[in-house]
Structures are given as C-alpha cells and as structure tokens.
Design a binder for this molecule. Structure first.
Ligand code: MN
Length: 517
C-alpha cells in the first residue's frame, strides 16, 4: 500500500463525509512542488509530508484542512510555491495553516535565545490557530523517527526541544498518546545512558507483566459477562518508557537501585476498560473490588476530580489472584467512558466542531489558558517577561491541592501556601499570616504536596504582603501581586530612610539633610 493510499484508508474511519478528492489533490500538489527533493534518508520529500498527514489522521483525528495543511506544511518553506498559490488552490484557511508552519521554521538564534524564540513563535502561532501546533507535533514526530540521519549535536538539540517544549504543550492540550510517543522517540537522544538502563531493566518485566495482564483481562471479562455488565472494550496497556523513567526517578533517583524501584511501580501495564456511561464506570469499579482487594489509598477518582489537562478515568490498584496457583499480582485498572477515552487519546482535536459552512471553529473544551494566550498575543510579541511567566505557568508539572471546603485547585509543582492564597483571591494573599497543611501549622514557604488540604489564616490588620515572600513564591501571578503591593511598601520604607516625614522628623535632621544637599 502506498503512503497516500494508507492516508485515504484512515480518513473515512472517523470522517465518513471527508472530501478524499481534495486530499488527493493536495497530495498531488505537494508531490509536484517537492519534485526532485530528497530527505536525508534518501526517500522522496513528499513521503514525509504524507506521513505527517497520516499521524494527524491516525493519532489526532484531525479535520480535512489540518491534514491538507500537513501535506503542504513544507511547500512555502522549501519550494517555489507561495501563499497566493496555496490560497488559490485550497483557500485561505489552509493557506493560513501552512504559513503558520512556515513561520515556526524560521528561528535564527542559538542556545537559550533560540529556545526562547522558538517558544515565543509557538505560542503566537497557537494563539492564532491551535491546529498549527497539531501539524507541528506530527511533523516533529516524523522527524524524530529519522533523527539518526542528522549529526549527534543536531539530533540531541531537536530531541531536547521536544522534551522541554513540545511534550509539555501536548500534555496541556490533552493529546496524551502523542505526548508519550514524542517523549519516547526523544528519550534515547537526550538521556542515552538512562535510556539503556531503563530499557534493559524494564523490558523483561514489561513482557512478564503483559502475560499476567492478559490473564487478568480474560478473567475480568468473564466476571463482567457473568454479572451482565456491558462494556465496549477491555485491553492491557503498556506504560510509555519515558513516563516510566520519570516515575522511577521520582521514587528513587539512584538508577543503580532500579530493580528495587521497579518492584514498587504497579502500573507498568494497566488493564483498561471502556464502558458507555459514567454510572457504568463506578459499577465496574465495584465489581473489580468484589473479586480483587484494593490497595489502600490507590483508588483515584479522576472522573469527579479531573486532572488539570481534563483527563478523566477511575484508577484502582488491586491484588489479583492469577492462574491455577492463585498467585497474587498487583495490577492497575483504568475505567473510563468512550468519550473520556477519545479525549485522553486525541485531546482537543476531538473538540473541533463545524459550522454550516464546514469551517472549524474554536474547540468547545475549556482551554482557558489558550484563551489567555490569545489575549497575551501582543505582549508575547514584544515582551520576553511574559514568556518567562508562561514557561512557568503552562509548562510546569502541576499538583492538586484542596481548600478546607473541598474545592480542588491546581498549581505548579513547588507552590507554597502563599501561591495558594493568591490563587484563591488577591485579598487572601495580601492578608495571609499563617498556613495550615492538613490541619498542622507550617511555615509559609513550605512546598505543597499533591492532595494537601491548605488553610490560610489571615490577619485583618495586615497592610500587605511581605516582600520576603518573593524569594519563595512559584506562580507568576503571586509574584506580580506581591510586587505591585510591596512597591508602595518598599517605596515608603525607602522614603522614610532618605527623607523623614516633615511632621515626625526632628528638625535638626531635616536641616542636616538640607545642608548636605
Ligand atoms: Mn516537515
């Protein structure tokens, strides 16, 4: 099967009315434009563009304009074709996507400037149309698969940029599968030693665990059928290698002890069950607990409390008796509806919906931070400081903490009670005097842990924040608010030292100051 035939076969599986002729035309156009151009691997250039479109279809279920954008993503950059040509052939929408991809290519700086510049361009492009990023993700994933053709310096740089910029954005957009693939392809180039160690230590276990999970899956299926519980699918799911590596070093950074660490990680392979409705999710959870013993504290209800990127599922880790000898094995179950599953796999791309004219509009899903980006577009173009804030806000790992009333709040990792207070309300931050975590008093600079219950005790007489807090707060919003508030305080304090107030200052001093001047 040729690459374009593969693409044409995938599209109807999720877009029954997709215009395949238009896709064929775009492929012919790209083929003609890239005629004679070869990739470093020796293949025709258009093969790369077509594979990019396949990734968009297969992994992201992208709409037709995005796929055509994928087929054409390099024509303006690398051939004589212009924006006008693309507009005439495929319309403004597609042309804008291709131009978006072209702009992202032109990064001139090196080192840290290069990093900042490419991130700035990414955010500007995202704010205009998120689909540009999807094409860029697909382009990057295909390029990662042929990285060996580049020099070691270049391949490491591309892989590192993928881990540090692309993967966190993919995570925030909720395209979890693609994020995992981007990371796994980059892992050996950025951390070659660690990659070898993890691969060597984990591969036997993964294979063993997959056999165990196969048997558990079969017996669970029997239980479900016996209880007449409807389900759509049940299958084992192997953890991505880079995600496993991150989990390993969170448990114990010393890779010499990796075997011991792996003994404590229970979700190398998980059992995933997909059902139709939310009540069925909880019913299946109950059924599993009736024949397997859950481990204490390992039931996670991400349906009631979704992760910051919108991820929803029920997770439970249980002891399961396997085989004739009823050997006990620990395994994680993940239970979700089809909708939750699609969102976890394809993220925001499942949320494109179409107006009568067939043009896609903004995604329905609550992507507040992307809307923020749109507002910041102008500042992003002019101001690097906003970029720093974004880097912290958007790209950092998040933790979940709770208010005493039980509301969940997500904050960047390492946040303190002061960050929490400012996140809830500026006033709570400004009047913050003491903090309790899980009922005990703690210093205000204590880093919060996932699922902590945080209580802020205010002092009504307090005039404002302590400038010293700037040394430990993590969120840009807390930092800005403290700066704003303490600007006055610092100024007053300085003013008092330099020029004491007329009515309180002893006259002698005032005269002295004058004489000096
Ligand atoms: Mn490309």
């Amino acid at each position: 099967m040729t690459t374009i035939d593969r693409l044409l076969a995938i599209i109807p599986t999720y877009l029954p009315h997709g215009d395949l002729n238009l896709v064929r035309r775009a492929h012919a156009f790209s083929s003609e434009a890239h005629k004679g151009q070869k990739r470093l691997t020796g293949e025709d250039y258009v093969e790369h563009s077509t594979r990019v479109a396949i990734i968009l279809a297969e992994r992201l279920r992208a709409d037709i304009p995005t796929m055509i954008g994928g087929l054409l993503h390099d024509v303006i950059e690398d051939t004589g074709v212009t924006e006008v040509d693309v507009t005439e052939e495929f319309g403004k929408e597609v042309a804008a996507l291709v131009v978006g991809c072209t702009v992202l290519h032109k990064v001139q700086y090196r080192g840290i400037e290069r990093y900042i510049e490419s991130m700035r361009k990414l955010f500007v492009a995202m704010a205009k149309d998120l689909r540009v990023i999807l094409i860029k993700f697909a382009d990057r994933l295909d390029n990662l698969q042929t990285l060996y053709a580049h020099t070691p310096e270049k391949s490491t740089r591309i892989a590192r940029e993928t881990l540090e910029i692309y993967a966190p954005i993919a995570d925030r957009l909720g395209v979890g599968e693609l994020k995992g693939d981007l990371e796994d392809c980059s892992f050996p180039y950025v951390y070659p030693k660690e990659y070898e160690i993890v691969k060597k230590a984990a591969s036997d276990r993964l294979r063993e665990k997959e056999k165990v999970v196969e048997r558990i899956t079969a017996s669970t299926e029997e239980h479900l059928q016996h209880e007449r519980m409807p389900f759509l699918a049940i299958h084992g799911r192997r953890k991505h290698l880079f995600r496993l590596y991150q989990k390993i070093i969170r448990h114990n950074p010393d890779l010499a002890q990796i075997e011991n660490t792996l003994d404590q990680i229970y979700d190398l392979v998980a059992v995933r069950i997909i059902v139709e409705t939310i009540p069925q999710c909880y019913a299946v959870l109950g059924l599993i607990h009736s024949f397997c013993t859950p481990l204490a504290g390992r039931i996670k209800d991400y349906i009631a409390n979704p992760k910051p990127n919108g991820y929803q599922s029920l997770h439970t880790t249980v002891w399961c008796a396997v085989g004739k000898d009823e050997k006990l094995e620990v395994v994680e179950f993940q239970i979700r509806t089809q909708r939750m599953h699609n969102e976890a796999e394809y993220g925001m791309s499942t949320h494109w919906h179409y107006s009568e004219h067939g043009r896609s509009v903004a995604p329905k899903r609550n992507l507040a931070w992307v809307n923020e980006l749109t507002k910041w577009k102008k500042e992003l173009k002019e101001n690097q400081q906003y970029l720093e804030s974004l880097k912290i806000d958007v790209l950092q790992d998040r933790i979940f903490v709770r208010t005493p009333k039980g509301d969940w709040i997500d904050l960047p990792e390492g946040s303190t009670p002061v960050d929490f207070a400012y996140h809830v309300h500026s006033d709570l931050g400004n009047k913050c005097a003491h903090a309790k975590i899980n009922g005990s008093f703690v210093p205000l600079e204590t880093p919060l842990q996932n699922h902590d219950v945080v209580e802020i005790i205010t002092d009504k007489k307090r005039k404002g924040p302590d400038p010293k807090w700037l040394a430990f707060v993590k969120t840009p919003s807390a930092r800005t608010k403290i700066r704003e508030k303490t600007k006055g305080v610092l100024f007053d304090w300085l003013k008092n030292i330099v020029t004491p107030k007329d009515d309180t200052a002893p006259k002698g001093i005032k005269k002295k100051t004058k004489n000096k001047a």
